[in-house]
Design a protein around this ligand. Structure first.
Ligand code: MOS
Length: 740
């Protein structure tokens, strides 16, 4: 383990500081917010067709209903910039115009918003809106329209859409072991517990929204770009979020609609999407077809990798999921080719969801690696160790810290790995499988402010969000340790664009980026306090601010002490700002977090029912900022991995472009009965190339590798490789042992 300076609160398993507020119902989520003015409720009328133009819309019956104050349609929406324009700031900041014209973008697209005094009034009146639409044929399945496939301008976060190194055909052609496969991974929905919700209010040209959103800074630009107003005139407040998983990175349909309703009525308007809304008025992970070809030499060394994906993109919403990106940094090889193609479709927004790229990319790639190891006759753990790259095979750059070998070896030990075991226990076929996990470690720009009151209390402010991840807690720990105080002397305030701008929550970059900003703010505050102290009392000259502590209403250093009240200008607290941005190590090095996951499954030999029995994950994420919340993140990720392997799938009726399973009864996430004992282990570490805290991204790491470990265990149990996800019992039925 590397030595580091953090010996105090950072890393400790501190309970969530906002936990009592949440369990007692006092944490104000977006739809809980009540201002000083009574507000109206909006209810969305969804289009029953995916593509077409509104011929006529009759809102008279709805308008005549008791309590209805407005019906918003494309005929009376305020001025908006066309959807998709001003995309230079990225998809989260582009115009998200709603009902600007008579065009329908996807099935479930709003054709009207009914605004009434109560939810029941709005919902009833919404049922009376009549809309005639001239329907057109839409594009829903990229494979059926592959002739329209294009190379996207960029992938999520990387300009490299395709890569090619070495001569794939030559290396694959002469490889002693060749495996190939075509996989299908489904559309999925984030299924956050809290549906998307917004309360919007206009005061003249100024817009205030209380909403559930992961990245406030971009959200503010999205409103500005939609309504052609100054971002400074938009305030977003989002202190508590009931899960995002990517589905709340940006603003979604109800947010713009609430602003429409508020503009038209002159009153605040609240819209909470209902569960079925979320499946069409929130984003989803796009489906993929993934083709893989892998070759290895006679010594079990990988020589050739080809990973080609075909997916779908919503029109004018540039998100292409980088499913082949984890492949690029995983194993040493002589030749490698990766490519991504997309077809533009008439679907709700396709967007980032829980480990975009890796979640579905490692699912297929690590299945094929398993197959290649089998073909080579090498144990899958040993095969991965043997093919560990010394430098990033894609860029040739050195890795920051890469403890993949340790993850693999410790995981094997903790799980009791004896190879891909396959045995029978009565009617159950038992199999063991494993997979490697990899996820980019990102760093983004962030600012934070810290204020010391004269009585020694610290208040930290930044527009970062806590989407259930533990942000309030880790930032409290970082500020407390940096200032040398107990956590109860720190209050962290998040989720308000009035606070310094950050990157928000996403891409597993939140903790490292905003934690660094808070750490830097604390350092700046200490430097400033020492300067003020030296001015007030020359005894303090020449001391080191690192040793400065807050001691009650005083600052202290060694045996010196001074009242904080004597240091300020008499107007109250003393505050300082800090900033974080990616260092040059993000250009010169390949930065990733790693893990290895091991699964035991039991498959019913008669019915094909699949039960996960245990799952062990070992992870390398640098310095762990809070042992308890980090474990919780990893466990949640592993549970998503169970869903990816066995359950989660948004099914579309391709005649209509309609997602069919639009609720949590039919969109299956792993529930308690599906989740066995999860063993989570974190390798102690400190990545000095990552950020001053030495941490690496952890939020999405647990997802990566969990799904394929389970899929590989199903293969071990049954001898059959299923090439579509999720794996269902009916996929195995024909491949079970004969009964008799
Ligand atoms: Mo994440 S899918 O960037 O919230």
């Amino acid at each position: 383990m590397s030595e580091h300076e953090f010996k105090g609160l950072i890393g400790q398993p501190l309970d969530r500081v906002e936990g009592p507020l949440k369990v007692s119902g006092r944490a104000t989520y977006a739809a809980d917010w009540r201002g000083d003015k009574p507000h109206l409720i909006g209810f969305i009328v969804e289009s029953p067709v995916a593509k077409g133009r509104i011929v006529s819309i009759d809102t008279k019956a709805a308008e005549a209903c008791a309590g209805v104050e407005a019906v918003v349609t494309h005929e009376n929406t305020p001025k908006q910039i066309p959807f998709g324009e001003r995309a230079k700031g990225g998809r989260f900041a582009q115009s998200h115009a709603m009902m600007r014209t008579d065009a329908i973008r996807h099935l479930g697209y709003p054709v009207a918003l009914v605004v009434a005094q109560t939810f029941e009034q709005a919902r009833h009146a919404a049922s009376l809106v009549r809309c005639e639409i001239a329907a057109e044929d839409g594009v829903f399945n990229p494979e059926k329209h592959e002739d329209q496939a294009v190379k996207p301008d960029e992938l999520d976060g990387t300009p490299e859409v395709d890569t090619e190194a070495g001569d794939f055909e030559a290396e694959y052609g002469k490889a002693a072991h060749q495996v190939e496969g075509e996989f299908h991974t489904p559309s999925q929905h984030a299924a956050a517990m809290e549906p998307h919700a917004t309360v919007a209010q206009w005061d003249g040209d100024k817009l205030t929204v209380h909403m559930s959103i992961q990245i406030l800074g971009d959200g503010r630009k999205a409103f500005a770009n939609t309504f052609d107003i100054d971002p400074e005139d938009v305030r977003i407040v989002s202190p508590y979020i009931g899960g995002g998983f990517g589905s709340k990175l940006g603003v979604h349909n109800e947010a713009i609609l609430a602003a429409h309703g508020a503009k038209l009525t002159g009153k605040p308007v609240r819209i909470a999407q209902h569960r079925r809304n979320v499946f069409s008025n929130g984003p989803h992970r796009p489906r993929h077809r993934q083709r893989l070809k892998l070759g290895a030499d006679a010594n079990g060394k990988i020589v050739a990798i080809d990973h080609a994906t075909l997916s779908i993109m919503a029109r004018d919403y540039p998100f292409a999921e980088a499913a082949a990106s984890p492949t690029r940094a995983s194993y040493a090889t002589k030749a490698m080719r990766t490519s991504h193609r997309v077809v533009e479709g008439d679907i709700p927004k396709a967007d980032s969801m829980r480990a975009p790229g890796e979640a579905v990319g490692t699912l297929t790639f690590e299945s094929m690696i398993d197959e290649l190891a089998h073909s080579c006759g090498v144990d899958p753990v040993e095969f991965r160790v043997r093919n560990e790259p010394e430098k990033d095979p894609h860029s040739g750059k050195p890795f920051s810290t890469r403890k993949m070998r340790r993850c693999l070896q410790e995981g094997a030990e903790k799980f009791g790995w004896k190879g891909p075991v396959s045995r029978r226990e009565g009617d159950w076929l038992i199999g063991h499988g494993m997979a490697a996990a990899i996820r980019p470690n990102l760093m983004q720009e962030a600012e934070a402010e810290i204020e010391l009151s004269t009585d020694g209390h610290l208040t930290v402010r930044l527009d970062m969000t806590d989407i259930g991840t533990g942000t309030y807690t880790i930032l409290t720990q970082i500020a407390a340790e940096a200032m040398g105080v107990a956590p109860e002397h720190v209050t962290v305030k998040l989720g308000d664009t009035d606070f310094p701008e950050t990157c928000g929550s996403g891409g597993s970059f939140g903790a490292g980026s905003t934690g660094t900003a808070v750490f830097e703010a604390a350092k700046a505050l200490k430097d400033d306090l020492l300067k003020r102290a030296a001015k007030a009392d020359s005894e303090w000259k020449g001391t080191n601010s690192k040793e400065l502590r807050i001691d009650g209403a005083n600052i202290a250093l060694g045996n010196r002490s001074l009242p904080i009240a004597q240091l300020g200008d008499g107007s109250g607290g003393i505050s300082a700002k800090g900033a974080a941005k990616p260092g040059k190590e993000y250009k010169t090095m390949a930065q990733y977090s790693y893990g290895a996951q091991f699964a035991e499954v039991a498959v019913d030999a008669v019915t094909g029912e699949i039960r996960l029995r245990r799952l062990t994950g070992v992870f390398d994420a640098g310095l762990i900022l809070n042992e308890k919340t980090a474990r919780s993140q990893l466990m949640g990720g592993m549970i998503f991995g169970i869903g990816a392997a066995l359950m989660e799938e948004s099914l579309m009726d391709e005649r209509y472009g309609a997602f069919m399973n639009r609720d949590l009864a039919e969109y299956h996430v792993a529930v308690n009965r599906d989740v066995p004992r999860l063993d989570v282990h974190m390798i102690e570490g400190f990545d000095e190339n990552s950020n001053p805290l030495g941490s690496k991204g952890i939020g999405e790491l647990g997802i990566c590798g969990a799904g394929p470990a389970i899929a590989n265990a199903v293969f071990a149990a049954t001898g059959h490789r299923v090439r579509k996800f999720p794996i269902h019992m009916e996929d195995l039925l024909e491949h079970l042992p004969a009964i008799g």
